[in-house]
Design a protein around this ligand. Structure first.
Ligand SMILES: [Mg+2]
Length: 350
């Protein structure tokens, strides 16, 4: 029987800013704006009362809460804090899977104490050493642990024992399962399915017929079954966007606007979901009509259309005028654990 803990820091960035500047306490605070093209990265609980949310445009947040205090993001600080918390996890287990700076799965199956006792101890150490609060979910797998960490948030925890999984899942809205977005939720709703309990009652074969392998996965998820390991290197290494053209592209000039559109898409993805990551390099990938391929890459810390244009040219030249059937653009991230020593990469000029 596995014991998995999902730790989720409470309003991590905002909580750090409040700790650094106690005058912010009890006031609505949003972290973001500025270089993040005017989007909130985090809102504290006070701001959430007004409806402010992460990923919300700043102008919208200000409409909802005119006295919102906006502070700029300081990812170096958040990364350092995240490393301290990671070190606390390391006292309990080596099996740590970070999902972002403020969230991680821990596999503590090897420890004798109950999962709940371990989670309580981890949260106490985090609070004592960083002054920040964390919430935890404890369960027999990652799916259950992740859902449970939301149960008593903030500064709380919830354990679901294996024998209670069925009850726990029954009333859970299907939208809480991963992979179920608004579209899928709509499809299920049309079938009269809103909760995991209702989904569980569906015939496995029928789900497979309607949704293919995803249907089989749904069948398992609805039962709270999830056998994925806590994996220490699951963290995303890159983000990219690529496009195969219906007709091969014959000139460098015709590739340029395609590239610009891709950079926009990559930028959006990075800002929305990976704003906490440090970009290591920019990449342009090309596949030619004869199916040969090439990749041009340069170390650069931010999405820069000029650098991309040069990489495009470099890749194009390697093709020696061969028509292009696929173009891709992306970024490679620095390993989050490298971020513990920011001065190291500052001086390397990367
Ligand atoms: Mg969090």
């Amino acid at each position: 029987m596995r014991k998995i803990i999902h730790i989720d820091m409470d309003c991590f960035y905002a909580a750090i800013e409040e700790r650094e500047n106690p005058e912010l306490r009890g006031k609505p605070v949003g972290v973001g704006g500025g270089s993040r093209r005017g989007v909130l990265t985090t809102a504290n609980y006070e701001a959430r009362k007004y409806g402010c949310r992460s990923a919300m445009p700043v102008f919208k947040a200000r409409e909802l809460c005119p006295h919102l205090i906006l502070v700029p993001v300081r990812f170096d600080l958040y990364r350092a804090e995240s490393a301290r918390i990671r070190a606390i996890f390391g006292r309990f287990t080596e099996k740590i899977e970070p999902l972002s700076l403020d969230e991680a799965y821990l596999d503590v199956s090897h420890l004798h104490s109950s999962g709940a006792a371990i989670a309580r101890e981890i949260r106490a150490q985090i609070r004592e050493e960083t002054g920040l609060t964390a919430s935890a979910g404890i369960g027999p797998n990652k799916l259950i642990a992740k859902i449970a960490s939301d149960w008593n948030k903030p500064d709380g925890q919830h354990e679901v024992r294996a024998e209670d999984v069925e009850d726990f899942m029954s009333a859970l809205p299907v939208g809480r399962l991963w992979g179920i977005g608004p579209k899928m939720r709509g499809k299920l709703e049309a079938m009269g399915i809103r909760t995991c309990g209702e989904l569980r009652a569906m015939d496995k074969i029928d789900l497979a017929r309607r949704f293919g392998t995803w249907g089989l996965e749904l069948h398992a998820l609805a039962r709270g079954e999830d056998d994925r390991e806590v994996s220490i290197d699951r963290i995303r290494k890159s983000v990219s966007c690529e496009h195969t053209f219906t007709e091969n592209i014959l000139t460098l000039e015709a590739l340029r606007p395609q590239l610009l559109a891709m950079i926009d898409e990559v930028r959006e993805d990075v800002e929305r979901r990976h704003a906490d990551r440090v970009i290591r390099s920019l990449v342009v990938k090309m596949k030619f009509a004869d199916f040969t391929r090439t990749t041009a890459e340069r170390a650069h810390p931010e999405l820069d259309a000029g650098v991309y244009a040069e990489l495009l040219e470099e890749a194009w030249k390697r093709g020696a005028n061969r028509p292009v059937r696929l173009l891709g653009a992306g970024v490679r991230f620095r390993d989050p654990d490298d971020g513990i020593q920011p001065e190291l990469f500052d001086s390397a000029g990367l």
